[in-house]
Design a protein around this ligand. Sequence first.
Ligand code: PNW
Length: 471
Amino acid sequence: DDKLPIAAHTMFPKGFMFGAATAAYQVEGGWNADGKGMSVWDNYTHEHPDFVALNENADVSDDSYHLYKEDVQLLKTIGFQVYRFSISWPRVLPNGRTSYVNQAGIDYYMNLIDDLLANGIEPMVTLFHWDLPQALEDIGGWLNPDIAQLFEEYADLMFKTYGDKVKWWITINEPFSVVWFYGGNSAGAPNLNLHGTGDYLSGHNLLRAHGKAYRLYQKKYSHQGGKLSMAFCGPMCQPKTDSKDDIAAAERCYQFSYGWFAHPVFRGDYPPVMRELVDKNSKEEGRTVSRLPYFTEEEIKEINGTVDFFGMNYYTTNLINDGVIGDFPSVTRDAHYLTSFDPSWPSSEADWLKIVPQGIRLLAKKVKEEYNNPTLIVTENGYPQASMDDYERISYFESHFSELRRAIYEDKCNIIGHTTWSIIDNFEWRKGYTNKFGVVSVDFNDPKRTRTLRRSAEWLQHYLAMHKLIQ
Ligand code: PNW
C-alpha cells in the first residue's frame, strides 16, 4: 500500500460523489409563507429570543424559500454533484398529519428537485432536521410513542411524491443531537431539559420512527431503487491517555453517541455498555424500570438492518478520560466520562470545534470495524470562518479530504461521498448568525440576501474540476 501511485493519494476514486448540505429551518425562511405550519424552532426562537445569540431567529434567514434557484446555480457553479437538503415537515403538513396537505409546500420541494435535476445535481433528502411541527410537539413530540406512526405517514407521502426523482434519503438528521433538545440544558427546541429520561425516551421513538419508515420503503417503494440512512453524529472520542480506564471511557463516549443509534439499526439493539450502565443506575436510583426503554421482539425485527449506508457527520474530536460529571440522573452521568481538547489542536470561531483532521479517518475506521465496513457517506463536514479570504476553511477541507483518502486507500473504508456543510451561511441554531459555515457568504442585512463566493468556494471549484477529469 505504501507504493500507491501519487495520483491515488491526491485524488478520490472514480465515482466518488461531492456535494453540499443545508437544512430547512437554517436556510429557508418563509416561516409562515403560503400556509406553512409552525415548527418547534419557530416557537422556540419566538418564545425565547434570549436563547439565541443576538436574539436572532430564522424567520427569513437565507430566504431560500424564494431564492432556491440561486442556491442551485451556486452548487452548479462550484461543481457539486449532490445537494443534501431537508424537508420542513410543517411546510408540507402544517398540522404534522397527512389529513391536511399544504400544496404550496409540496410544490416548493418539487420545484427545487426539478431545478436540481435540470442542472445535473442529485438530490439527497433529509426528512427530519429538527423542525418538528409544533402541533405534534403539543401532543408530546418525540416523547409520544404515536410519533413513530405519524413519521411513517409523513415519510409515505414524501416517498410517494418525490421518490421517482430522489434516490438518497436520510430519515433523521443526528438523532444524538435531537435527544439533547429533550434532555439537555436548553440545548434547542422543544427545550424540555428532561435529563436522563426525556433523552432516552425521545431517542427510542426516533429509532422506532426510522425503522417504520425504512420498512415502509422496502414494502411499498423498493421499485424506486433509493438508499436510506440516518445521519449519525458526535465528536470522535479519543482516549486522553493510553490507560485502560481512559480507553474504556472513550469507548463509552463512542457507544453513547454514534453507537446509541447506529448499534440498533445495524445490530438490532442498544450497545451492551449502554444497556448495562443505564439499567444499573436506574436500579440504584430505586426505579423499577430502566430509564433506557426496551425494544419489543417485534420492534427489534423492525429496526435491525434498516440502513443502506452509514451517514456520518464529522466536525471535530474530543479527548476523553474516565470520570463522573452531570446532573442526577443524566446521560452524561450514565456514560461517566470527561471531555477536553488537546491544547495543540487549532481553534476555530466555534468554541466546540477544534481542527483534528485525523479524527475523520479514525472515526471512519471505527465505523468499519463496528458494522462490518458499511458503505459510508460523510453527510456533514465543515468549518466556521466569516472572512471572505477563508484560508483556514480551505486548509480544513484540504486536510480532511486527505485523511478521508487515507481512510479509503490505506484503511480500505468503503467511503463513497462527502457533502460539505454548508453551501451558504445560515442560521446556526443557538449561535444564530454568529458562526458562518458557508463556502458562500450571505449578506443578512441585504433584503436580497446577496450570495458571494468565498475563497474556499473557488478552491472547491478547482478541486472538483480536477476530480471530474478523472471520472
Ligand atoms: C450539526 N458534534 O450538528 C448539524 O446537523 C447542523 O445543522 C449544524 O449547522 C452543524 O452541525 C454545524 O454546527 C452537530 O458532536 C452536532 O461534534 C454535533 C456535533 C457537531 C455538529
